[in-house]
Write a protein that binds this ligand. Structure first.
Ligand code: AMP
Length: 432
């Protein structure tokens, strides 16, 4: 288990608050193909050690006050020289000029030898292939909105990042706006990350500039073991790149599709982790508003990670009336266009609990949108007999028409159905 100090130093290697040369500074049926990892024997052990870390040890109890800033060291550090990778299966991107070089960050030098042995897989040249055919330069207001660079962001500036700072490995998937790759930083200690590319002109075409910017701003400021970490971001003329925590076990939705439903034990552990993450989000005045299996990823130990903030709203003391999200997970107050609060996420947690155990959301009506709408507004809840009385109790308490009557998250975490299955060790949800 890494100590807090070691983790802080590792974070410092990524979050360098100065630039070089300064002194302090809808269900879509996903098409992602999971390639079997090479080095299967040791890779998951190594990844859990060398994947870019969370600021908390895996079994740390998260509290409101221990949240964000205390562990994000702002120690000045300097970027390492871009060096050639020793991994022969990895191709280094050569699209743009490398940055000036500097001395390696000393804190993590020891990790290098082992970390370079992790096979990040074979790069298929996808970034360059896309770049030839995809996207255009954007201009004006949109260009300004999408000029996203974590090295100059106000709250938590990082070191300056560039595509040439990474060895690129296997493709992890394709999203709406671009591809995602497994990468390793060239800077010590050579962290494993997921690098997500977004094409600016496609973002503009979909008119989601503000939403993407908001997603990035929100995610960058969050530090929680069950929230996918965004370490940094940078852009070029046509693209934005997000440096994301690598979720070693991929999409939760794929697992749900594969197994149909989850055991109550597994469901309970996921819901516990979700409640923990939502408590943290709400303490930061962030309402997620789009909780659903498609937005959840799994870490290398099977732990749940909220991975998508597209519909999140930062709303201190604010009640919103915008209709958003997928209908199946929307609460009555949202489908009816009434004002809503963070209690929309409590409802979604109830829907999620039901879907994990039963394999389909509770108000789904295949005859159409209107029928689902009516079932939600009436809270037409039918829980199958196979569901245990404890799980049934929790679902019913979360799926209350009146938001004020929904069971609070701290009580969810003390509910008998949650306590019964909680493991004593690190808060992970390994399939049973
Ligand atoms: P997205 O653009 O977020 O929909 O990502 C496309 C696909 O890439 C997802 O469906 C995942 O399979 C994969 N992916 C995205 N982010 C990550 C990550 N942080 N770690 C591992 N795989 C990811």
């Amino acid at each position: 288990m890494a100590s807090i100090g070691a983790v802080t130093r590792q974070i410092a290697a990524l979050e360098i608050s100065s630039k070089p040369n300064t002194t302090g500074s809808t269900r879509s049926g996903a098409t992602h193909q999971k390639k079997p990892s090479q080095n299967t024997g040791n890779v998951s052990k190594l990844l859990s050690k060398f994947a870019a870390p969370h600021p908390f040890p895996a079994n740390a109890t998260h509290t409101k006050s221990g949240s964000s800033s205390s562990l994000a060291s702002k120690q000045p550090s300097r970027p390492a020289s871009p060096t050639k990778t020793t991994n022969t299966t990895t191709t280094t991107a050569t699209l743009t000029k490398p940055k000036p070089t500097a001395a390696p960050a000393p804190a993590a030098a020891k990790a290098t030898a082992t970390n370079t042995t992790i096979d990040i897989g074979k790069y298929d040249g996808g970034f360059e292939i896309d770049d030839e055919t995809r996207g255009e330069k954007v201009y004006g207001e949109a260009a300004a909105e999408l000029a996203l660079d974590s090295s100059v962001c106000g709250i938590r500036p990082t070191r300056e990042w560039h595509l040439t700072d990474f060895d690129i490995g296997r493709p992890l998937g394709k999203g709406k706006f671009g591809r995602v790759y497994m990468v390793r930083t060239k800077v010590e200690p050579r962290y494993i990350l997921a690098l997500k590319c977004l094409y600016k002109s496609e973002i503009v075409q979909s008119r989601v500039e503000k939403q993407i910017r908001r997603e990035i701003e929100i995610q960058q400021n969050l530090r929680h073991p069950h929230i996918l970490r965004l370490y940094g971001y940078f852009h070029d003329e046509k693209r934005i790149f997000l440096m994301l925590e690598f979720a070693g076990r991929g999409e939760l939705y794929k697992q749900l599709t594969k197994y149909g439903s989850f055991s109550e034990k597994r469901s309970s552990r996921y819901i516990d982790q979700m409640a923990d993450a939502l408590t943290y989000l709400h303490s930061k005045h962030v309402i997620h508003r789009d909780i659903k299996p498609e937005n959840l990823l799994l870490g290398i130990n099977g732990e749940l990670k909220i991975g998508d903030f597209g519909w999140s709203v930062h709303a201190p003391g604010n009640r919103r009336t915008t209709l958003c999200g997928t209908l199946d997970y929307l609460p009555p107050e949202m489908v009816e266009g009434r004002e809503h609060s963070e209690k929309v996420d409590y409802w979604a947690l109830g829907v999620l609990t039901y879907e994990f155990i039963c394999g389909a959301p509770p108000f789904e009506d295949l005859t159409g949108y209107n029928a689902t709408y009516k079932r939600i507004a009436r809270v037409d809840l039918k829980i199958p007999p196979k569901v245990s009385p404890e799980a049934r109790d929790l679902i019913t308490r979360l799926l209350q028409y009146d938001p004020e009557k929904r069971i609070p998250l701290n009580e969810v975490r003390r509910h008998p159905w949650i306590v019964k299955y909680r493991s004593k060790g690190p808060s992970t949800a390994t399939p049973s």
